[in-house]
Design a protein around this ligand. Structure first.
Ligand code: BG6
Ligand code: MG
Length: 226
């Protein structure tokens, strides 16, 4: 594994890493799955994490063997409906939806002059950053609408390193989804997974909670794995 002293930048996922919004994405899709008559399961829910809006819809339709039942136009309407559901759910969001330890970690990164970037698949991330008063930490945000491929493809994390003017091996990516870890690893960056050991077994470093993401813990984990 890369040496901790070579790390110059941190690239963050948003939903499920910085904020609890992953829960609202799931609820919004669950409503669509119910409308479509597709059974909502834990594995479908986990598989959707980190996946772009249209790719998520395709996964849901596939899970219900309905991938050929809708026209492109109908799919666009279904995706728009999911986004309406989502926007309604985040309507009352406030700083209580921030995950524990995240503001302190961002402050610490700034204090130590690390570069910071956002690599979320969500087109709603600028609104969320604003609502949570975090925009000042993220001068660099990858625009997911400019990408050819979504997570698990490495493109979004490669773009993140480029925005920071860093080499991939100088970056750490932080994710709560298996698709995101695959994207970070594919980009040649060090991956930190937040969550379940089994789901995120491909992560270089795993923490069970965002509370544990500190520079000291990351340095210690990189030494153990070296
Ligand atoms: C990811 C979420 O961050 O963004 C996914 O984990 C979501 O659940 C994806 O589908 C796209 O988000 P949006 O806001 O553009 O529909
Ligand atoms: Mg996520």
């Amino acid at each position: 594994m890369t040496n901790f002293n070579d790390i110059k930048g941190f690239i963050f996922d948003l939903d499920g890493v910085i904020a609890l919004t992953s829960k609202y994405h799931s609820q919004a899709w669950h409503q669509i799955a119910d409308d479509l008559g597709v059974t909502w399961t834990k594995s479908l829910e986990d598989g959707l994490k980190g996946i772009s809006r249209m790719d998520s819809l395709e996964m849901i339709l596939k899970a219900g063997n309905k991938e050929n039942d809708y026209t492109e136009e109908e799919k666009i309407k279904l995706a728009a409906k999911k986004n309406d559901n989502y926007l309604a759910l985040i309507g009352n969001m406030n700083i209580d939806d921030l995950l524990p330890g995240i503001p302190e970690f961002l402050e610490d990164l700034m204090a130590h002059n690390y570069k910071i970037c956002l690599a979320s698949a969500s087109k709603n991330s600028p609104i969320i950053l604003k609502k949570l008063n975090l925009a000042r930490y993220f001068p660099d945000v990858v625009d997911p609408s400019k990408l050819k491929k979504g997570k698990p493809d490495p493109e979004i994390y490669i773009r993140g390193a480029e925005l920071l003017n860093l080499k991939p091996e100088e970056c750490i990516g932080i994710e709560d989804a298996a698709a995101g870890i695959q994207s970070i690893n594919g980009a040649g960056e060090t991956s930190i997974g937040i969550g379940d050991t089994q789901e995120l077994s491909a992560a270089d470093i795993l923490f069970s909670s965002t509370k544990d993401i500190t520079l000291a813990n990351i340095e210690a984990a990189m030494k153990v794995n070296a």
